[in-house]
Design a binder for this molecule. Structure first.
Ligand SMILES: [Zn+2]
Length: 201
């Protein structure tokens, strides 16, 4: 008898359940949960951090001068700094408009994370910057390079606008960064605790 793969059984129900459990574990925890080790798995979304320039919430619009909600956190970083996916997920939107500029929305379970004012270019449904080429529907890993800090859209200087939605509602990304920092402090060995996260009050 020739050497062949003889395994004909389909994966058992148990195996399928285990796979689903692993997939669920890889997702970020509930937005309302803190003190959970899984938060430590997230990646700070930009390298070359130089400060938080505008928090989430109501603010006087820097260009319009009127009071408007700001649905995200602005993280200043030098032009061209790497932008990394906060969590593994699927690219659900490649954006090119006057506000966000070049941007991406990535969906990870109940979360959508949005990255605005990126450098590079959008043509059709593909975002390109340096070695990065991402199209809608593509999967990305946690920490994967997904673009670079740019000056596209409505912005007064180079920064990443990072938006986060949980079950469709905007969330303050600073809360999530705090949960990540706390989780790293509690659950990771000292050499792995530095998450490249600036101090958040
Ligand atoms: Zn912003």
């Amino acid at each position: 008898m020739p050497w062949v793969c003889s395994e004909r059984r389909r994966p058992s129900g148990h195996a399928a359940v285990r796979l689903l459990a692993v997939a669920a574990l890889a997702l970020p925890p509930s937005a309302h949960a803190s003190g959970i080790s899984r938060w430590a798995m997230g990646t700070f979304p930009v390298g070359g951090f130089s400060g938080y320039t505008s928090p989430f919430g109501m603010r006087v619009h820097p260009l319009g001068g009127d009071l408007r909600p700001h649905y995200g956190l602005d993280i200043a970083a030098p032009l061209g700094s790497p932008v990394r996916s906060w969590w593994g997920g699927r690219v659900t939107q490649v954006i090119r408009d006057g506000g966000c500029g070049n941007g991406l929305t990535i969906t990870s379970g109940p979360y959508e994370h949005q990255y605005c004012h990126l450098g590079g270019a959008v043509s059709g449904n593909i975002y390109r910057s340096g070695a990065v080429a991402l199209r809608e529907g593509q999967w990305v890993r946690t920490g994967q390079l997904i673009g670079h800090v740019g000056l596209t859209g409505s912005t007064t200087g180079p920064h990443l606008h990072w938006g986060l939605r949980y079950r469709g509602a905007w969330l303050d990304p600073a809360r999530v960064l705090r949960a990540m920092a706390e989780s790293r402090r509690r659950f990771l060995p000292p050499q792995r605790r530095t998450p490249n996260v600036g101090q958040l009050r």
